[in-house]
Design a protein around this ligand. Structure first.
Ligand code: G3H
Ligand code: 13P
Ligand code: ZN
Length: 330
């Protein structure tokens, strides 16, 4: 067992309290490789933003748990070397079992999500409470989820959105003891968050999605005032990235995300953690496709991963400064 403090990490409790009071959200960026980690840390250091490094169970398998532990420690030292010590959380994204959460806690995670959102309510409560009881012994924070997002979460996919029922949140939070709650108000995972028929289309073919259900968010805030809320599926799927990918041989069809102004509005509320993965994937893919199309004789991975890392860093800085409002809060 290695405790996260030995790696120089922090849990999310204090960060969330500050974010709630300050009207901003902490970025939760997914990673599974070196270039993503470099981009996240350098973007957060340059903007002086706290950060949550997120690892899904698929990413943990991909990157290897031992390497991840050392990467997280390295991230803390890398930030220091870049000249500014930002608070860094290592978080399990969409944990699906007690055993996985326990294993992550034992290998240095400072925060875990137990996603029982697909279970019947009482089973979700029971599983979440079990994880909280274990995690809190080590001062590890726990995120639970109520309501189901459409789209793909690891191997679990849902065709339809089930919005969070505000009448359940108080009971869930008090019975489980979670530190934060992920809710479903119309966001969704991946790059195709809505079906075209759910959207309106502008004259130049851009899809405009239905707005988030701020009425549900407000109702939830009324029932659990001052409680940290989390938004998953919060990528905006920038039109220019989708165009670049498709212009250089990609085939993304009807990709659509959450408009940034709605995320900014959410960040100013009790939403204090916003999850972004797909936009980073798009930024990397667009840069790599462009580079390889323009330099077909190149075969050194550093030549195309370098620009991809740079594009990713710019994307993260933009999110931090213009969307989440976490710049200068570290
Ligand atoms: O919520 C899902 C995240 O984007 C992680 O995706 O399971 O493909 O690593 P992944
Ligand atoms: P996106 O697919 O919108 O980036 O959401 C990521 C996420 O919620 C990770 O948990
Ligand atoms: Zn998610």
């Amino acid at each position: 067992m290695i405790h996260y403090k030995e790696l120089g990490l922090v849990n999310s409790k204090e960060l969330f309290q500050k974010a709630l009071k300050g009207g901003y959200a902490i970025p939760a960026f997914n990673f599974n490789n070196l270039e993503q980690l470099q981009a996240i840390i350098s973007a957060c250091v340059e903007t002086k933003s706290p950060v949550i490094l997120q690892v899904s169970s698929g990413a943990r398998k991909y990157a290897n748990q031992t390497l991840l532990k050392h990467l997280a420690k390295g991230a803390v030292e890398y930030a220091h070397e870049l000249g500014y010590d930002i608070p860094i959380v290592l978080h399990l994204d969409h944990g699906d079992s007690f055993e996985l959460c326990k294993s992550c806690i034992e290998s240095g995670f400072s925060s875990v999500m137990i996603d029982g959102s697909h279970l019947p309510y009482e089973q979700n409560v029971e599983l979440t409470r079990k994880v909280v009881e274990y995690a809190h012994q080590f001062d590890v924070s726990v995120e639970g989820e109520l309501g189901v997002l459409a789209g793909i979460e690891d191997d679990v996919s849902s065709e339809v959105t089930h919005y969070t029922k505000p009448e359940e949140v108080e009971d869930f939070v008090s019975k489980t003891g979670v530190d934060s709650l992920a809710i479903s108000i119309g966001t969704s995972h991946g790059a195709n968050k809505f079906k075209p028929e759910q959207c309106t289309r502008t004259e130049d073919g851009i899809l405009i999605p239905p707005p988030l259900r701020f009425d549900i968010l407000e109702e939830i805030e009324k029932r659990i005032p001052g409680f940290p809320i989390v938004l998953h599926g919060a990528s905006s799927v920038p039109v220019e990235l989708v165009r670049t990918i498709n212009n250089y041989g990609g085939k993304l069809k009807d990709a659509v995300g959450i408009p940034e102004d709605q995320l900014r509005r959410a960040a100013a509320s009790a939403v204090c953690k916003i999850n972004i993965d797909s936009d980073g994937r798009l930024a990397m893919t667009a840069a790599i496709r462009k580079y390889l199309a323009e330099n077909p004789a190149e075969f050194d991975p550093r030549k195309y991963l370098g620009p991809a890392r740079e594009a990713l860093k710019e994307l993260y800085k933009h999110k931090i400064i213009n969307v989440l409002g976490s710049a200068g809060k570290a």
